[in-house]
Design a protein around this ligand. Structure first.
Ligand code: AHM
Ligand code: MG
Length: 350
């Protein structure tokens, strides 16, 4: 006779956790087994696959040819292309070819979207991504990330991808992968933020934090203070104010994803304001600012340009940039009060 085998409670809990993989989580979280839910789950699974491949390449970067250094080319942003930027961009494309899921991929590294004609009759989604965020960190073996965002294709694209020039509320999913001391993925499909850790022994992203909530306030601020003399006076006033407050620490990793990850868990604020040379700052709206704004907002945080919510900004072109102030709601509101000259609010917080 076969006995019904029972494990103890701790073993059962560990087993349930190990079976909560990324694609299974998306399905169960959407609470539906509709075609849309299956598509989103498959889409997230493909993003996870790309993340695993990039993570593997990064982990052996010092051992393999063509992983470190620059290609000698300059991208559409006018920045030197790293070999890893090119590799990761290609990985995302390969992950979605023949997937039937997306018809277009648009990335920080490509001037125009990459079309997958064989997917177009059925692939209703567009993936927008930054394949390697913080790529100047790669050659020093420091943390980098990938950022992704999913939008539904609207109407017929005549090759100009005009329908992508819409605000961030149009995103239906967004998140990032952080290649740090472990590889983690955080995503939202508009129902909270969930974080997964890549278990290398299983080769799977396993749920590690569900329904993340960002602290209302944190003690770190994250900004490249080397640009101090390039900022507007109101931004300099904010930084001078922070310097006078006890208990604040500066933390800036050079990779937006890594800084946002810390802020999501521990609170604080990240700032990349405009400068004299670049009034719109450095970060790209469609591939960086809007996806992270969607995610952080879903966790209870805020993201603004200084003048308006990031999610309300309509880009004029695919590679448009915006200033970005993002993080804990109270900290973002404090920065905003400096930038909009609301001195009363400043006095109230000391
Ligand atoms: P990248 O996507 O080309 O790497 O650029 C974005 C990165 C962010 O990850 C980071 O916060 C910022 O650029 C750092 O820029 P800077 O060196 O000007 O402070
Ligand atoms: Mg980037």
């Amino acid at each position: 006779m076969t006995e019904h085998i029972q494990l103890n409670a701790a073993q059962e809990t560990a087993l349930s956790r190990d079976f909560t993989t990324l694609s299974r989580h998306v399905l169960s979280h959407l609470g539906s087994y509709s075609p849309d839910a299956y598509d989103l789950s498959a889409l997230m699974g493909r993003i996870g696959l790309a993340g695993k491949m990039i993570s593997r390449h990064l982990s052996r970067a010092g051992l393999v040819e063509d992983a470190l250094g620059v290609t000698g080319e300059v991208n559409v942003q006018g920045e030197a292309v790293k070999k890893m930027d090119q590799y990761a961009n290609r990985v995302f494309i390969r992950a979605f070819e023949q997937s039937g899921l997306v018809c277009r991929l648009a990335s920080e590294e490509m001037e125009k979207p990459y079309y997958i004609p064989e997917n177009c009759p059925i692939g209703r989604y567009t993936l927008l991504f930054d394949p390697i965020d913080g790529s100047s960190n790669i050659d020093s073996n420091l943390a980098v990330g990938s950022i992704f965002s999913v939008r539904q294709q609207e109407g017929f694209d005549e090759g100009d991808a005009k329908d992508l020039l819409q605000n961030g509320h149009k995103q239906i999913a967004a998140g990032y992968i952080l290649y740090g001391s472990s590889t983690m993925l955080a995503y939202s499909v508009g129902k909270g933020v969930h974080a997964f850790t890549l278990d290398p022994s299983l080769g799977e992203f396993i749920l590690s934090q569900e329904n993340l909530r960002i602290p209302a306030h944190g003690s770190t601020y994250s900004i490249n203070e080397g640009n101090f003399c390039q900022w507007e006076e109101s931004m300099r006033d904010y930084i001078r104010y922070i310097h006078r407050q006890p208990g604040y620490s500066g933390r800036y990793s050079g990779a937006l994803v890594a800084d946002i990850h810390r802020i999501l868990f521990q609170g604080g604020v990240f700032l990349y304001p405009g400068t004299i040379d670049r009034p719109d700052g450095k970060l790209r709206l469609l591939y960086e600012s809007a996806p992270l704004a969607y995610l952080v907002t879903q966790a209870g945080g805020r993201a603004i340009t200084g003048k308006e919510d990031i999610l309300d900004v309509v880009p004029q072109k695919l590679h448009a940039r915006t200033p970005l102030i993002i993080g804990s709601p109270d900290d973002v509101t404090l920065v905003e009060s400096f930038l909009t000259g609301q001195k009363d609010a400043i006095a109230a917080v000391g």
